[in-house]
Ligand binder design. Structure first.
Ligand code: G3H
Ligand code: 13P
Ligand code: ZN
Length: 331
C-alpha cells in the first residue's frame, strides 16, 4: 500500500491563496479596506468565510503566534487549506490571503512562508529603528523571492501585541516612514495613530468622549508615501450591545471601549488598505455563549452554544464588510 506524502515545504500558490499585493492595489484605487480577521478555531473560521462569501468580500485570514500555540500550527494551516476547498465547493471564489499576524522573529515568518502562508507581518516595532529595519529587511529578502508579501510596523500601539504589553501608544513618526519603506522593501506598513489592541482601548472618565484617531499623522504619511498600503491594527469598535449582554449574563467588563465606526469608515477610504479586527469577534462569541448558558442552563451540547455564536459572528462580520470597511462586493 502506498501512502500519499507531501513535501514539508508547500507554497501558497499551490494551495490557492493570494498574496496581498493585488488586494491592496484594488482597495487603494477604489477606496475601501480589506478585512483582516483573526481565527483560532473552527467556528470563527466558518463565520469569517461564510460572511465574506455572502458579502462577496476579499479576506485576510490572520493567524497569530498565540493562535498557533493554541490550536497547533499544522492544524491551523490545514484549516486554512480546508477553507479554500469549502469556498470552491460553494462556488463563491472570493480572494483569500493567509497571513501571519504579529510575527516576532525571522524564524516564525520563515516557518509560515514555508508552510503556505501568502503574507506575513514582522512586528519589530518595539526595537530601535535600525534593528526594526534590519529584521524587516531580512524577512522581505526571504519572502519576496517566494512572492510572499510582508507587512512591517513603525510606532507602537498601546495594549497587548501578542505576549508584549505596552502601557502607552508611541505614535508613528512620519519622518521615519520613507526611510523605513525604502530600506526594508516591505509591501505595507502598520502605523500607530491612536488605536490599540483589546477591548479596553481608552481610559475614559464618566461622560468623556473617545478621543479621535490622529488623522493628521495618517495624512502626513499618505503624502510621504503616495499609493503605499497602510495597515490599521487594534481596530475593533467594541460594540456596546455585546458588552451590555456580557454584563447582563454574568460577565464583568467595565469601561470597555473601542474605535467609533465613523472613524474606521474614514480610515477605510484613505490609504488604509487593511483593517485588523479580532476583539469584536471575541466579544460576540462570549456574549452569545453566556446568554445560552443563562437561558438554557441544562444545555451541554457545544453545538448548541457554539452554533448560535457562529451565527452572530456571521452577522457581525457582514456588517463590518458592508457598513464599515466597504469591502463587500469587491471580490
Ligand atoms: O493583535 C493581536 C491579536 O488580537 C491576536 O491576539 O495574540 O491573543 O492571538 P492573540
Ligand atoms: P483588536 O484587538 O482591536 O481587535 O485588534 C486586532 C489586531 O490588531 C490583530 O492584529
Ligand atoms: Zn494587531
Amino acid at each position: 500500500m502506498t501512502i500519499a506524502t507531501e513535501s514539508k515545504t508547500v507554497t501558497y500558490k499551490e494551495l490557492g491563496f493570494v498574496n496581498t499585493r493585488e488586494m491592496f492595489r484594488k482597495a487603494m484605487k477604489e477606496g475601501y479596506a480589506v478585512p483582516a480577521y483573526n481565527f483560532n478555531n473552527m467556528e470563527q473560521l466558518q463565520a469569517i468565510l461564510t460572511a465574506c462569501m455572502k458579502s462577496r468580500s476579499p479576506v485576510i485570514l490572520q493567524v497569530s503566534k498565540g493562535a498557533r500555540d493554541y490550536a497547533n500550527a499544522t492544524l491551523l494551516r490545514w484549516m486554512g487549506r480546508g477553507a479554500l476547498e469549502m469556498i470552491k465547493e460553494m462556488g463563491v471564489p472570493v480572494p483569500v490571503a493567509l497571513h501571519l499576524d504579529h510575527g516576532d522573529s525571522f524564524e516564525i515568518c520563515k516557518s509560515c512562508i514555508d508552510s503556505g502562508f501568502s503574507s506575513v507581518m514582522i512586528d519589530a516595532s518595539h526595537l530601535p529603528f535600525a534593528e526594526n529595519v534590519a529584521l524587516t529587511k531580512k524577512v522581505v529578502d526571504y519572502a519576496h523571492p517566494r512572492d510572499v508579501t510582508v507587512e512591517g510596523e513603525l510606532g507602537v500601539l498601546a495594549g497587548i501585541e501578542d505576549a508584549i504589553s505596552h502601557e502607552k501608544s508611541n505614535y508613528t513618526n512620519p519622518s521615519d516612514v520613507q526611510e523605513f519603506v525604502k530600506k526594508t522593501g516591505c509591501d505595507s506598513l502598520a502605523i500607530s495613530i491612536g488605536t490599540s489592541h483589546g477591548a479596553y482601548k481608552f481610559k475614559l472618565k464618566p461622560g468623556e468622549a473617545v478621543p479621535p484617531l490622529r488623522f493628521d499623522i495618517l495624512e502626513a504619511i499618505e503624502k510621504l508615501l503616495p499609493g503605499f498600503p497602510i495597515v490599521l491594527h487594534g481596530a475593533s469598535s467594541v460594540p456596546q450591545e455585546y458588552i451590555a449582554a456580557i454584563n447582563k449574563y454574568g460577565g464583568k467588563m467595565e469601561n470597555a471601549a473601542g474605535i467609533p465606526v465613523e472613524q474606521l469608515r474614514r480610515a477605510a477610504k484613505s490609504a488604509v488598505c487593511k483593517i485588523n479586527i479580532d476583539s469584536d469577534g471575541r466579544l460576540v462569541m462570549t456574549a452569545t455563549i453566556r446568554k445560552v448558558f443563562i437561558e438554557k442552563p441544562g444545555e451541554f451540547d457545544p453545538r448548541k452554544y457554539l452554533g448560535p455564536a457562529r451565527e452572530e459572528l456571521i452577522k457581525m462580520y457582514m456588517d463590518k464588510n458592508e457598513k464599515v470597511l466597504g469591502s463587500a462586493g469587491r471580490d
